[in-house]
Design a protein. Structure first.
Length: 295
């Protein structure tokens, strides 16, 4: 597992020309987090910061690589503007929220159902002093108002518990309030959805937002995990295409969008409508500094 992690670190696009530096960051973190096991404050993109502790896999890749989700996070940085609204659905510890509001200055509505993750999200909001820009909600989003069980001990992969999983011995669970729609008055320009397979239920509750032309792009996790809830990735793609979106890949170095048809897909996908508008924003965006590199 460690060897696979190291291989992924040195293959990361921001590390390809500085593999030694990336390995040194990895070693410093591994040794330092053992000697001083408490959380640290990571200087991140521009003046943004992240509070990171040992074992938080949803954040530590940002230490090793700069941007964990390279293309998708860079897309958010290059596309968003201070006048925009960003929805972070499944915010976890808040890395996308920090990028949107601390690095760019956009307004964010962050939704995180698991109470322990929400507490960490709030820490990252406060240390970046973006309380006035972020509206944080300790709820989940679904197709209808209800209450559901969530796992709470799986770090960045906590999820809605399904079937026999709820009876698993030793499982740490939490009942979470689910809302059937987004309560904010403004429609987001960009929305990120990462809810460990529950994406279709979120989209069903967001139908009015999907139909609003002010929503220009969606970053969404599609890695087959929706099958446990009865949905295939193709079902979700079809729903977004029906709403007028098309799937693209993004190269942050050239700031180029390319249709994803026939291209291999990772865990996260980028869906865009109003292609010309989005492309112009990507080209015109300022550069961002990540560990001394400009992107």
């Amino acid at each position: 597992m460690i060897l696979n992690l190291i291989a992924n670190i040195i293959r990361h696009p921001l590390n390809r020309n500085n593999k030694t530096g990336s390995l040194l960051r990895f070693l410093r973190w591994q040794i330092g987090s053992i000697l001083l096991p408490g959380p640290i404050v990571l200087p991140w993109v521009n003046n943004a910061k992240l509070i990171v502790a040992r074992g938080e896999h949803g954040l530590t890749l940002n230490i090793y690589c700069g941007l964990q989700d390279f293309s998708e996070m860079a897309f958010c940085l290059h596309f968003l503007r201070p006048e925009d609204v960003f929805f972070d659905v499944g915010a976890n510890f808040g890395s996308y929220t920090v990028l949107a509001s601390a690095a760019v200055g956009a307004r964010t509505s962050a939704f995180e159902p698991v109470s322990s993750s929400f507490a960490h999200l709030m820490q990252n909001i406060r240390i970046n002093e973006i309380d006035s820009l972020v509206s944080a909600h300790n709820i989940g989003l679904a197709a209808e108002d209800t209450q559901l069980l969530f796992s709470t001990d799986q770090n960045c992969t906590n999820h809605v518990v399904h079937g026999a999983e709820s009876n698993s011995s030793g499982a740490k669970l939490q009942t979470v309030k689910m809302a059937d729609s987004f309560k904010d008055d403004k429609v987001p320009t960009l929305m990120k959805i990462d809810v460990e397979g529950f994406e279709m239920e979120v989209l069903k509750g967001a139908q009015a937002i999907l139909n609003d032309s002010n929503l220009k792009a969606i970053v969404i996790e599609l890695n087959g995990s929706g099958q446990k809830y009865g949905y295939a990735d193709s079902d979700i793609s079809a729903k977004l295409i029906e709403a007028g979106f098309a799937e693209y890949t993004y190269c942050p170095f050239t700031r180029n969008l390319k249709l994803a048809q026939g291209l291999p897909a990772g865990d996260n996908r980028i869906f865009v409508r109003d292609y010309d508008f989005v492309c112009q924003r990507l080209v015109d965006a300022p550069k961002f500094s990540i560990f001394g590199k400009e992107l």
